[in-house]
Write a protein of this length. Sequence first.
Length: 232
Amino acid sequence: RDWLHLNAVVWMDEEETVLISGRNQSIVMEFYRDSGIPQWILADHQGWPIAYYPYLLKPVGLRFDWPTTQHAPEVLPDVDNNPNTMDILLFDNGKDRLQHDNFPIAGEKGEIAEASSRLAQYRVNEKEMTVELVWQYGSARPDLYSEIRGDADRLSSGHYIGLFDLEGSDGRSVVLEINPSNGETVFEAEINRDGYRVECRELITEGDLELEIGAPVRNFVPKGVIEKYDSL
């Protein structure tokens, strides 16, 4: 049985720790490499043995949802000039979110929310052992729900890029770029294939004299363009 389903490992050189993501337990954790003792655990508090209570981060802020069945955590540069905090960007698939009643994702109490996935930025305060959800994108777009795959990365511009592998789409995914400062969608394209990870790279350089792309170019044409010209 795949109890943990470890899908990310980040080696933290300066802190002598390791950051991991376990999808099947909906857990993001930083622990000391030598001892294996947790530094903190980002996860719903339900079901944990008492011995782990000191390591569970306390949610703060007006709005908070735990990540569930997440992928691809990335440690961001210091954005708040606080040496005690660590900002983490991740892809929150949200598969198990509807099972938790602590922080409903619907507007009114008792409303049944649609499943949704999102890019999410969490701020961990390692001194106070708290976690805050400081930014998210995708909760209002159930059309981007991605049950088992997804990616989130920070670009050199400071924008965030995400990949949503569309649930029940027969092999389609969406890549989009978001400006987190104002929520503007800079770029969005639908791809005619399943997606797992996405990287923003220069397409052609002097060293890429023989460039091979594993997907037809039409796969990267923005949604609606192909249909428009195919109908002519």
